[in-house]
Design a protein around this ligand. Structure first.
Ligand code: ATP
Ligand code: MG
Length: 572
């Protein structure tokens, strides 16, 4: 490809509404353009990288005996109503009606459609297992589309689904996809970690998220510094933090005017945060849930949902909901409270192990001091559960070594679905004894466009992108210092043709711009190797090859360019 023909308009200014580095760099370097909130067009450079990621995915999926198909994006509401998700999916689903007023959605995922497809064709154990995937645009009307390609409303996903005769088969399919995902993200050049994740109602360690480690990530993860343990903090099991035993002092009410946060109270009463307890009030389907953790801990909403067997994610309770169950916002503790049909109390395990702590007195501008939960809470009215978020002060739940915490971008997820969809959509097969059984399913997603953004989040510097070789739009750029000089252009074109003839993915920057401009663009776009052809080349027969990642430069004779480029690329 010639740079003079390439449609890659670069920008000098960072677009003001671009909130993460990957988005800024992709806009500046001419990889994509914004159409509307959460909607982007890929330009040739961006699309080349996307296609390279897709090729890696296809190769690894096909090598794992998964087969590519393509289903419609437009999905009839009917199948979603059958599975019960038409309502459950909520506002994130983009819904439309056709001219006959029949309801459809733009697929946010395809469990319903694939299960319907498979159930009509597969009826015997002899036809199983089957693993099918597609690479396609998905639509989700995200509450807050942001971070460019990382959370957009239309995005490219690889979604795959496996169907097996039993749990053991489903486990094998899951493992094979887990392994394929590890190879895919390694080949894309990402620094990533598979972590245990929340599997919602299904429970157990039935799902892993593949997290690209990056500060811009929206997920928090912990991993053990010694063993293999790694988890999304939503599911990380914190141990019980004990406190040194103390004599139980009498419960007392103290005035705490206007101190309605635990930090303000601790400050006013000169207490360390671990000698306080704090309340967070949620609602799940109208039921009010008081969650209590120590003042120095944070509530894990997913754990709260599990503790009360909630069908949906907790939301923050409204002031009206608090009032309806008699709670005084800012001054709440379980002391003296009773559970009812509309009100539950969940207390973190570490709260129960605390002594003489401070918490709300359930009236305005007052707190208790010397709460001793085992003495002062009505034990029949509370649920005790591990509902705090794991921190890096906790130890590994498997081997007790220290934990480290980091931010992750979820680039993929593998999930054991069990028979949830095959039962609701009646996808059954006849087993060896001629008896009908529901197929055991798994589903597997990769955010293709999010993976591209994650790579840039991981690999960039102040000058631009530093592509991992495998997903760079071009592997090599040749920059003749002066494109108006015919001899220089001839030498450059000859190198270009030599590289092309060996299938090196190369771009010739034949633009008549100044060398400085071309160098800047090369750094911004992030080609792994840059070959400079200058006057010196003509005199000494040497070209300069610069490695974007290290800044290292190598001089080599023109006759050795191909072998040197191959060597350098192989090391990247
Ligand atoms: P998240 O928790 O980040 O919203 P999710 O768990 O809802 O994602 P999945 O249903 O597991 O997403 O979808 C499979 C993959 O699709 C995710 O691992 C992610 O890489 C990608 N993905 C999901 N939502 C988006 C989005 N809005 N924009 C870009 N990629 C997305
Ligand atoms: Mg997910």
């Amino acid at each position: 490809m010639l740079a003079s023909k390439l449609y890659a308009p670069t920008l000098r200014e960072v677009p003001s509404d671009a909130d993460v580095v990957s988005q800024q760099l992709m806009l500046r370097a001419g990889f994509m353009r914004k159409v509307a909130n959460g909607l982007y067009s890929f330009l040739p450079l961006g699309w080349r990288s996307i296609k390279k990621i897709e090729t890696i995915i296809r190769e690894e999926m096909d090598a794992s005996m998964a087969q590519e198909i393509m289903m419609p994006i437009l999905q009839p509401a009917e199948i979603w109503k059958e599975s019960g998700r038409w309502n459950a999916y909520g506002a994130e689903m983009m819904r439309i009606n056709d001219r006959h007023d029949v309801e459809y959605c733009l697929g946010p995922t395809h469990e319903e459609m694939i299960t319907t497809l498979v159930k009509n064709e597969i009826n015997s154990y002899r036809q199983l297992p089957v693993n099918l995937y597609q690479i396609q645009s998905k639509f989700r009307d995200e509450r807050r589309p942001r971070y460019g390609l990382m959370r957009s409303r239309e995005f490219i996903m690889k979604d795959g689904y496996s169907f097996d005769v039993d749990e053991a088969g489903a486990d094998a399919s899951y493992q094979s996809m887990y392994d394929a995902y590890s190879r895919i993200f390694s080949r894309c050049g990402l620094t990533f970690r598979p972590v245990e994740a929340d599997s919602g109602a299904i429970g157990g360690s039935n799902t892993h998220e593949f997290m690209a480690i990056a500060e811009a990530g929206e997920a928090d993860i912990v991993h053990c510094t010694s063993c293999e343990y790694a988890a999304n903090i939503e599911i990380g099991k914190p141990g019980v933090m004990k406190q040194d035993e103390e004599a139980l002092a009498p419960l007392e009410v103290v005035e705490t005017p206007h101190a309605s946060t635990i930090e303000a109270v601790a400050d006013m009463l000169k207490l360390p945060l671990n000698k306080t307890i704090k309340a967070v009030v949620f609602s799940i389907e109208g039921k009010v849930i008081l969650a209590m953790v120590r003042g120095d801990h944070e509530v894990n909403e997913v754990a709260v949902q599990h503790a009360v067997n909630g069908a949906v994610e907790p939301e923050m309770a409204t002031p009206e909901q608090l009032e309806a169950v008699g709670l005084t916002a800012g001054f709440i503790s379980p002391v003296g409270l009773k559970q009812t049909e509309e009100f539950s109390i969940v207390v973190d395990e570490s709260v129960m192990e605390a002594y003489n702590v401070c918490g709300g007195a359930n009236k305005t501008d007052a707190h208790y001091i010397n709460i001793n939960p085992k003495r002062d809470f009505n034990i029949d009215d509370i649920v005790v559960a591990p509902i705090r978020l794991i921190t890096d002060e906790d130890v590994c739940p498997l081997c007790a070594a220290p934990l480290e915490r980091s931010k992750g971008i979820e680039v993929g997820q593998v999930f054991k679905l069990g028979t949830k969809y095959s039962e609701s959509l009646q996808a059954t097969f006849l087993d060896q004894n001629g008896r009908p059984n529901p197929m055991v399913m798994g589903c597997y997603g990769i955010g293709v466009s999010r993976t591209l953004a994650a790579a840039i989040e991981q690999y960039h510097d102040e000058n631009g992108i530093i592509w991992p070789r495998a997903i760079a739009p071009f592997e090599v750029v040749i920059v003749p210092i002066n494109a108006k000089d015919e001899a220089l252009m001839q030498a450059s074109t000859s190198i270009y043709n030599t590289l092309l003839s060996d299938n090196v993915d190369v771009l010739l920057d034949d633009r008549k711009d100044r060398a400085g401009v071309k160098f800047k663009d090369a750094d911004l776009i992030g080609y792994p190797l840059r070959i400079t052809v200058s006057k010196n080349t003509l005199e000494s027969d040497d070209v300069e090859i610069r490695v974007r990642k290290t800044g290292e430069t190598i001089n080599c004779p023109i006759s050795e360019v191909l072998i040197t480029v191959q060597d350098l690329l192989a090391q990247l």
